[in-house]
Design a protein around this ligand. Structure first.
Ligand SMILES: Cc1cn([C@H]2C[C@H](O)[C@@H](COP(=O)(O)OP(=O)(O)O[C@H]3O[C@H](C)C(=O)[C@H](O)[C@H]3O)O2)c(=O)[nH]c1=O
Length: 187
């Protein structure tokens, strides 16, 4: 029995993954990851790493992060507490939607998450205080392969829904994209 409602989003390979909440008088159980179901979305390897983030302040932006090949990764981002505006940016050099972005609201109430293929930058803005996310990664964290795009990159013009209340110094320091920027290899 499927435990997710998976829907395609406008950028090829990006999916909304709504967890089925199996409720009873005690509360609910929901499945975060399922190899057989997510194989249909292109996730064929093991979960290499699982991260949990807590973000205290409404309006905080984390991102826009990605890892370069051969450490490029799929991510399953699940909102476990609160709600966020989640953003993916298509960096795939051969993609017809190269440098296009898409934003989707994720919340713990509806058990929603986002499946993000390799070749995308990811970031989010919190829409409330005390947000918790769980990330399943298809590749391990490799600091030397990590990179980022500035959240205010003019070539993207992302419409963050709230004034940015917090953003790390590292994220603020990402330089603008070069005019010749041609994207990343998928794997
Ligand atoms: C991503 C990562 C980070 N770290 C260390 C590095 C820093 O010392 C500390 C905080 O890292 P950072 O400021 O990059 O955390 P976020 O800004 O939440 O980054 C994440 O948020 C954006 C939205 C994402 O999509 C990525 O999954 C991830 O980059 O954790 C680790 O030890 N392992 C990891 O996998």
């Amino acid at each position: 029995m499927s435990r997710f409602n998976i829907t395609d989003l406008p950028l090829e390979g990006v999916k909304k993954v709504e967890r089925q909440l199996l409720g009873d008088e005690r509360g609910f159980l929901s499945r975060i990851f399922c190899a057989s179901e997510l194989a249909t979305c292109g996730w064929h390897g093991p979960v290499a790493q699982i991260n949990h983030t807590f973000t205290a302040k409404k309006g905080t932006v984390r991102g826009l992060h990605f890892q370069h090949a051969p450490f490029s990764e799929m991510k399953l981002v699940s909102c476990l507490k609160g709600h966020i505006w989640d953003v993916v940016v298509d960096l795939r050099a051969d993609s017809p939607t190269f440098l296009q972005w898409y934003g989707e609201t994720l919340s713990s109430e509806d058990g929603s998450g986002l499946l993000i293929p390799e070749g995308f930058a990811h970031g989010f803005q919190t829409l409330c205080d005390d947000v918790e996310l769980l990330y399943c990664h298809s590749a391990a964290y490799e600091p030397n392969a990590e990179a980022g795009i500035n959240i205010f990159e003019p070539r993207l013009a992302i419409n963050w829904p709230l004034p940015v209340s917090e953003c790390s110094a590292r994220d603020q320091a990402f330089p603008p994209l070069d005019v010749e920027y041609s994207g990343v290899a998928r794997k």
